[in-house]
Design a protein around this ligand. Structure first.
Ligand SMILES: Cc1ncc(C[n+]2csc(CCOP(=O)(O)OP(=O)(O)O)c2C)c(N)n1
Length: 187
């Protein structure tokens, strides 16, 4: 499963529910698949998606998802005990683990030696590790159906980026504005 395939599964399952998307090629590939107002693309804000999603869930939103890459999660790793400690309902952290910074030259990340799912479980969060599209789909459906507590899904994906994906050059202020209006419309 490559990143584009994995994002297609997330897009199918998550639909118009709020989804915070990490920066780099992950944001670009998601925008190339389906541009939704419910997607908050963080563009250059590496390591922040899980925390932004946590904030939305703490503000009372349900069915919030956040996608991090392994490099992004490792950059903002302290968010994990914070999610566990605050434990908002209806929040799902989705981690795409390709063991590298694919968006930035393919340099390896610590996930080559650090088991991210084990680390997430180690702070006391419920986590599922998946390696293919079907298991990713099923685990996301289960996560969305959960009414209590946060959950995490770590998906192993192939290294690299999909070719021919357009840059995402929109002003982040406009992206955030559209996302906010979408949430307010549903409040
Ligand atoms: C603070 C900061 N450092 C570096 C970057 C440059 N950068 C953007 S994406 C990226 C790699 C992200 O790696 P990962 O989260 O593993 O996702 P992948 O691209 O592998 O899917 C880097 C280093 C950035 N945007 N912000």
């Amino acid at each position: 499963m490559n990143r584009l395939e994995a994002l297609g599964v997330v897009d199918d399952v998550w639909g118009d529910a709020p989804l915070v998307v990490t920066c780099g090629a992950t944001a670009r590939e998601m925008a190339s698949l389906n541009r939704r107002d419910s997607h908050l693309y963080l563009l250059d804000s590496m390591g922040a998606a899980a925390a932004v999603g946590l904030g939305l869930a703490l503000a009372g939103r349900r069915g919030v998802g956040a996608i991090e890459g392994d490099g992004s999660l490792l950059m903002g790793f302290s968010v994990l005990p914070t999610i566990r400690h605050l434990a908002p309902d209806g929040y799902t952290l989705i981690v795409f683990d390709n063991r590298e910074h694919a968006s930035a030259g393919g340099f390896p990340t610590q996930s080559a030696t650090v088991d991210l799912a084990a680390a997430i479980a180690g702070v006391g969060l419920d986590v599922t590790q998946v390696d293919d599209a079907e298991a990713l789909h099923d685990s996301l459906v289960a996560a969305r159906a959960r009414e209590s507590g946060p959950t995490a899904v770590v998906a192993t994906i192939a290294p690299g980026n999909s070719p021919g994906i357009a840059w995402l050059l929109e002003d982040p202020v406009l992206i955030a504005d559209r996302f906010t209006r979408k949430l307010e419309g549903e409040a």
